[in-house]
Design a protein around this ligand. Structure first.
Ligand SMILES: *[C@@H]1O[C@H](CO)[C@@H](O)[C@H](O)[C@H]1NC(C)=O
Ligand SMILES: *[C@@H]1O[C@H](CO)[C@@H](O)[C@H](O)[C@H]1NC(C)=O
Ligand SMILES: *[C@@H]1O[C@H](CO)[C@@H](O)[C@H](O)[C@H]1NC(C)=O
Ligand SMILES: *[C@@H]1O[C@H](CO)[C@@H](O)[C@H](O)[C@H]1NC(C)=O
Ligand SMILES: *[C@@H]1O[C@H](CO)[C@@H](O)[C@H](O)[C@H]1NC(C)=O
Length: 508
């Protein structure tokens, strides 16, 4: 499998102590250019690329080809303890398309749901060979196109931000760094990482009962996470998750099992899933946002004073499909109003659904905003769920609760569809494509191009004053203005037309 020449060259490797780098496969990052946009509507290309997370890579003896980790077991000779294991084992380069089903073309990234000895994948956006692209999105927006036509129940094509170190945590014991996709953390404080903080996590490692490729070590790694997009063609959610502090965790801090609400992070998050918020006709095949073709997802991080130095107060969502701007669906849940995430929305939603409010107790939107101000790394992944079958995203969850109870119904998938055995055997050729990643000033990353009028009868600029409900004024949350908009520009009582950006005004 490996050419003899490269095996021979291993004899000349310098010895260093730390999480090592192997040289059996050259590490070549697939290019994925993105765009940075400004208020004047001009965008410049950033030469970003993607890097595979270290956890998916072949980990072998630094001087040979002996696996340090096979299936879900560490080699006892190479890894008798964490420090020795860290010094003995090297992460190698990846065959992105051949082994992992990861390909790029122009500004598009396709992640195929590979199965077998690797399941799914996770990549990060790189600025260069040594650093991740850092996203500081206060008073900014982020947009991308997604194609989920081939992404079914039980799968999650995710695009999100984690507060990882820019260089992947390079140190005297981590020689690999961002170039090899190290330093992952998220708000679930995952225990399944083979290295945390530059040290092997092999101590206390138990193989997973349901996943032959995965296991858990004594330590977890916690950090703030902004899930911009977790979805398959049946359901989608965007969810901030905050942590009271970031870092390597053990014991209660990790918030495992019965300690779920006692750890550093808010594992539930404050989610906006249109289906869960009562609009079951909004997103899906043939619905308002039609997942049977590609569309644009825009997320705006609004601050209290329209400045990047302000406090995060709202996270808005807008869709664009076939040139038409589609505002996010409004909540139809009793006691919960709005079509965006604010602290008021989160408090009302937790109350309405009877959920524990660990989002607000860990810092709420201000906490999420602080992380967005410091800078976060963009992760893109495709995965199935060995813990909860992705039922929290696309089905009835808890699966034994009544689907008519508040907050339980999240999507149309059945309560058996997400079983990883089923998903891995029947959806092994599924994939997700993310493309056209743009970030910059509010309103700068998208425009409406086609005919945009909603199916209202009036297209003249109405002279009816706000408060006149007899005419064809727009309803609460509907569009009432913006470039390219030709619908009613008045709002039904008691709402008034507020400018969100040059392309969109809304009745609020
Ligand atoms: C790897 O090879 C170097 C040079 O031959 C040697 O000094 C070192 O002890 C070897 N390390 C292991 C873990 O075998
Ligand atoms: C890599 O990118 C980071 C962040 O943009 C920058 O600070 C650093 O100087 C770059 N390094 C190289 C070698 O270009
Ligand atoms: C591994 O399993 C043992 C025995 O059940 C348990 O005591 C230990 O906590 C487990 N370790 C981890 C990291 O889950
Ligand atoms: C922020 O900008 C929006 C849209 O331009 C405007 O409606 C709003 O009043 C501004 N807020 C503040 C606090 O300046
Ligand atoms: C925005 O508000 C924050 C406090 O929330 C303040 O520290 C900052 O200076 C303000 N920025 C501007 C440009 O007014």
């Amino acid at each position: 499998m490996f050419p003899l020449a490269s095996l021979i060259s291993l004899c000349f490797l310098a010895v260093a102590f730390g999480q090592q780098v192997g040289t059996l496969t050259a590490e070549t990052h697939p290019m994925l250019p993105s765009q940075k946009c400004t208020g004047s509507g001009s965008c410049t290309t950033v030469q970003t690329s993607v890097v595979l997370d270290g956890n998916w890579r072949w980990l072998h003896s630094i001087n040979g080809t002996t696996n340090c980790y096979t299936g879900n077991t560490w080699d006892a000779t190479l890894c008798p303890d964490a420090a020795t294991c860290t010094a003995n084992c090297a992460l190698d380069g990846a065959d992105y398309s051949g082994t992992y089903g990861i390909t790029t073309s122009g500004n598009a990234l396709t992640l195929k749901f590979v199965t077998g000895s690797n399941v799914g994948s996770r990549v990060y956006l790189l600025a260069n060979q040594t650093n991740y692209q850092m996203f500081q999105l206060l008073n900014q927006e982020f947009s991308f196109d997604v194609d989920m036509t081939n992404l079914g129940c039980g799968l999650n094509g995710a695009l999100y931000l984690s507060e990882m170190p820019a260089d992947g945590g390079m140190s005297s014991t981590n020689k690999a760094g961002a170039k090899y996709g190290t330093g992952y953390c998220d708000s679930q404080c995952p225990h399944d990482l083979k290295f945390i903080g530059g040290l092997a996590n092999n101590v206390g490692w138990n193989g997973s009962a349901s996943d032959p490729n995965s296991g858990t070590g004594n330590f977890g790694t916690c950090c703030n996470e902004m899930d911009i997009w977790e979805a398959n063609k049946n359901a989608a959610a965007y969810t901030p998750h905050v942590c009271s502090s970031n870092g390597k965790c053990s014991g209660t801090q990790c918030g495992d099992d019965d300690d779920r609400y006692n750890g550093l992070c808010d594992k539930d998050g404050c989610d906006f899933n249109s289906f869960r918020m009562g609009d079951q006709t909004f997103l899906g095949p043939g619905k308002t946002v039609d997942t049977s073709s590609k569309f644009t997802v825009v997320t705006q991080f609004i601050t209290n004073n329209n400045s990047s130095s302000g406090t995060l107060t709202e996270i808005r969502r807008i869709y664009v499909q076939n040139g038409k701007v589609i505002q996010n669906s409004a909540s139809q849940v009793s006691g919960v109003t709005g079509n965006s995430i604010t602290d008021d929305f989160c408090n009302a939603q937790k109350t309405a659904f009877g959920d524990t409010n660990s989002f607000e107790t860990r810092g709420g939107l201000a906490g999420m905003g602080a992380a967005l101000g410091r800078g976060m790394v963009l992760a893109l992944s495709i995965w199935d769920d060995h813990e909860a079958g992705m039922y929290w995203l696309d089905s009835t969850y808890p699966t034994d609760a009544s689907a008519s109870a508040p907050g339980v119904s999240r999507g149309p998938c059945s309560t058996t569809s997400g079983d990883p055995k089923t998903v891995e055997s029947s959806e092994g050729s599924n994939s997700v494509t993310f493309s056209n990643i743009k970030f910059g000033d509010i309103g700068s990353t998208f425009s409406s191009t086609g005919s945009t009028s909603p199916s209202g009868p009036s297209s003249s600029s109405s002279s009816s004053p706000p408060g006149n409900t007899g005419g064809a004024c727009a309803a609460q949350y509907a569009q009432c203005g913006g470039q390219g908009f030709s619908g009613a520009t008045c709002c039904s009582s008691p709402f008034s037309c507020k400018v969100s950006n040059p392309y969109y005004s809304q009745c609020l």
